[in-house]
Write a protein that binds this ligand. Structure first.
Ligand SMILES: [Zn+2]
Ligand SMILES: [Zn+2]
Length: 173
Protein backbone atom coordinates (compact mmCIF):
# COMPACT_ATOMS: atom_id res chain seq x y z
CA UNK A 1 0.00 0.00 0.00
CA UNK A 2 1.27 3.48 -0.87
CA UNK A 3 1.28 6.65 1.17
CA UNK A 4 1.03 10.30 0.31
CA UNK A 5 3.65 12.15 2.32
CA UNK A 6 4.61 15.77 2.35
CA UNK A 7 6.22 18.65 4.15
CA UNK A 8 5.62 22.36 4.31
CA UNK A 9 7.87 25.22 5.41
CA UNK A 10 6.20 27.91 7.48
CA UNK A 11 9.28 30.11 7.14
CA UNK A 12 9.70 30.31 3.34
CA UNK A 13 6.50 28.72 2.03
CA UNK A 14 8.19 25.71 0.38
CA UNK A 15 5.84 22.76 -0.17
CA UNK A 16 6.49 19.18 -1.27
CA UNK A 17 4.08 16.29 -1.51
CA UNK A 18 4.47 12.90 -3.15
CA UNK A 19 3.18 9.38 -3.53
CA UNK A 20 5.61 6.94 -1.92
CA UNK A 21 5.77 3.17 -1.55
CA UNK A 22 3.94 0.64 -3.70
CA UNK A 23 0.50 1.14 -5.22
CA UNK A 24 -1.96 -1.19 -6.92
CA UNK A 25 -0.66 -0.33 -10.41
CA UNK A 26 2.84 -1.61 -9.52
CA UNK A 27 3.02 -4.22 -12.34
CA UNK A 28 2.29 -1.52 -14.94
CA UNK A 29 4.72 0.95 -13.33
CA UNK A 30 7.35 -1.79 -13.19
CA UNK A 31 7.22 -2.56 -16.91
CA UNK A 32 6.89 1.14 -17.88
CA UNK A 33 9.91 2.00 -15.70
CA UNK A 34 12.06 -0.71 -17.31
CA UNK A 35 11.25 0.69 -20.76
CA UNK A 36 12.30 4.15 -19.55
CA UNK A 37 15.54 2.75 -18.09
CA UNK A 38 16.37 0.99 -21.36
CA UNK A 39 15.84 4.27 -23.20
CA UNK A 40 18.24 6.09 -20.89
CA UNK A 41 15.55 8.15 -19.13
CA UNK A 42 17.21 7.48 -15.74
CA UNK A 43 20.76 7.85 -17.04
CA UNK A 44 23.47 5.49 -18.26
CA UNK A 45 23.54 3.31 -15.15
CA UNK A 46 20.07 1.94 -15.89
CA UNK A 47 20.59 1.69 -19.63
CA UNK A 48 23.85 -0.23 -19.24
CA UNK A 49 22.34 -2.58 -16.67
CA UNK A 50 19.62 -3.77 -19.06
CA UNK A 51 22.12 -4.12 -21.91
CA UNK A 52 24.32 -6.33 -19.71
CA UNK A 53 21.52 -8.22 -17.92
CA UNK A 54 18.36 -8.53 -20.07
CA UNK A 55 16.98 -11.01 -17.50
CA UNK A 56 17.57 -8.66 -14.57
CA UNK A 57 14.99 -7.19 -12.22
CA UNK A 58 14.47 -4.01 -10.24
CA UNK A 59 12.82 -2.78 -7.10
CA UNK A 60 10.39 -0.12 -8.26
CA UNK A 61 8.79 1.32 -5.14
CA UNK A 62 8.60 5.09 -5.03
CA UNK A 63 11.00 6.84 -2.71
CA UNK A 64 12.10 10.41 -2.04
CA UNK A 65 15.71 11.51 -2.44
CA UNK A 66 17.37 14.80 -1.52
CA UNK A 67 20.23 16.46 -3.41
CA UNK A 68 23.39 16.72 -1.31
CA UNK A 69 24.22 20.04 -2.98
CA UNK A 70 21.10 22.09 -3.70
CA UNK A 71 18.78 20.24 -1.29
CA UNK A 72 16.05 19.57 -3.89
CA UNK A 73 13.55 16.87 -3.01
CA UNK A 74 12.56 14.43 -5.75
CA UNK A 75 10.21 11.44 -5.90
CA UNK A 76 11.83 8.62 -7.90
CA UNK A 77 11.43 4.86 -8.39
CA UNK A 78 13.96 3.13 -6.14
CA UNK A 79 15.61 1.17 -8.99
CA UNK A 80 17.97 -1.12 -7.10
CA UNK A 81 19.12 -3.61 -9.74
CA UNK A 82 19.04 -7.37 -9.27
CA UNK A 83 20.32 -10.32 -11.26
CA UNK A 84 18.75 -13.81 -11.28
CA UNK A 85 20.19 -16.59 -9.13
CA UNK A 86 18.01 -19.33 -10.67
CA UNK A 87 16.03 -19.84 -13.88
CA UNK A 88 12.98 -17.86 -12.74
CA UNK A 89 11.34 -16.09 -15.69
CA UNK A 90 8.66 -13.46 -14.97
CA UNK A 91 7.24 -13.70 -18.50
CA UNK A 92 6.39 -17.41 -18.17
CA UNK A 93 5.62 -17.74 -14.45
CA UNK A 94 2.00 -18.59 -13.62
CA UNK A 95 0.86 -16.57 -10.65
CA UNK A 96 -2.01 -18.05 -8.68
CA UNK A 97 -2.65 -14.84 -6.76
CA UNK A 98 -3.46 -11.63 -8.67
CA UNK A 99 -1.44 -8.52 -7.79
CA UNK A 100 -4.46 -6.84 -6.15
CA UNK A 101 -8.24 -7.01 -6.26
CA UNK A 102 -8.48 -3.88 -8.43
CA UNK A 103 -5.66 -4.77 -10.79
CA UNK A 104 -4.53 -8.31 -11.52
CA UNK A 105 -1.23 -7.37 -13.17
CA UNK A 106 -1.89 -9.99 -15.87
CA UNK A 107 -0.17 -9.19 -19.15
CA UNK A 108 2.58 -7.17 -17.50
CA UNK A 109 6.11 -8.44 -17.05
CA UNK A 110 6.96 -7.72 -13.44
CA UNK A 111 8.81 -9.21 -10.49
CA UNK A 112 7.06 -8.99 -7.12
CA UNK A 113 8.95 -8.28 -3.91
CA UNK A 114 8.82 -11.89 -2.73
CA UNK A 115 10.01 -13.12 -6.12
CA UNK A 116 12.81 -10.58 -6.00
CA UNK A 117 13.88 -11.92 -2.62
CA UNK A 118 13.64 -15.60 -3.59
CA UNK A 119 15.03 -15.63 -7.12
CA UNK A 120 17.37 -12.66 -7.43
CA UNK A 121 20.42 -11.14 -5.79
CA UNK A 122 21.28 -7.46 -5.48
CA UNK A 123 23.65 -6.32 -8.20
CA UNK A 124 23.86 -2.59 -7.54
CA UNK A 125 21.99 0.23 -5.81
CA UNK A 126 20.89 3.04 -8.05
CA UNK A 127 22.83 6.29 -7.91
CA UNK A 128 20.03 8.84 -8.29
CA UNK A 129 21.22 12.19 -9.58
CA UNK A 130 19.59 15.56 -8.90
CA UNK A 131 17.28 16.59 -11.74
CA UNK A 132 18.25 20.24 -11.19
CA UNK A 133 22.06 20.23 -10.69
CA UNK A 134 23.07 16.58 -11.42
CA UNK A 135 24.76 16.16 -7.99
CA UNK A 136 24.50 13.03 -5.85
CA UNK A 137 21.44 12.47 -3.71
CA UNK A 138 20.62 10.59 -0.53
CA UNK A 139 17.41 8.71 0.31
CA UNK A 140 15.17 10.39 2.89
CA UNK A 141 13.76 7.46 4.89
CA UNK A 142 11.25 9.72 6.69
CA UNK A 143 9.06 9.63 3.57
CA UNK A 144 9.00 5.94 2.65
CA UNK A 145 9.31 4.50 6.17
CA UNK A 146 6.93 6.98 7.78
CA UNK A 147 4.84 4.19 9.36
CA UNK A 148 7.82 2.68 11.20
CA UNK A 149 8.38 3.72 14.83
CA UNK A 150 11.64 5.48 15.52
CA UNK A 151 12.17 6.73 11.97
CA UNK A 152 13.40 10.30 11.78
CA UNK A 153 10.51 12.16 10.13
CA UNK A 154 12.40 15.35 9.44
CA UNK A 155 14.00 16.84 6.37
CA UNK A 156 15.95 20.01 5.62
CA UNK A 157 13.95 22.64 3.70
CA UNK A 158 15.38 23.08 0.16
CA UNK A 159 14.27 26.71 0.25
CA UNK A 160 15.75 28.03 3.51
CA UNK A 161 17.43 25.21 5.44
CA UNK A 162 14.74 25.08 8.13
CA UNK A 163 14.05 21.58 9.53
CA UNK A 164 10.62 20.37 8.38
CA UNK A 165 8.42 17.59 9.66
CA UNK A 166 7.30 14.96 7.12
CA UNK A 167 3.61 14.24 7.48
CA UNK A 168 1.34 11.51 6.15
CA UNK A 169 -1.36 13.16 4.05
CA UNK A 170 -3.21 10.09 2.85
CA UNK A 171 -3.14 6.67 1.18
CA UNK A 172 -3.15 5.79 -2.49
CA UNK A 173 -4.08 2.18 -2.84
ZN1 LIG B 1 20.75 19.48 -6.83
ZN1 LIG C 1 11.91 26.90 4.05
Amino acid sequence: MGLICGCECKKCGYQFSSLVGVGFLYPKEYSDTIEKMKNGFFGNQGKEFWEAFPDGAISCERIVVQCKDCGSLMAVPELSMYIPKDSFNPSTVERKVPWSTEFSGAGYNYVSFSELENHYELFEMYDHRCSKCNSNTIIVPGFTENMIDGIDRHVRCPGCGNILEIEIEGFWD
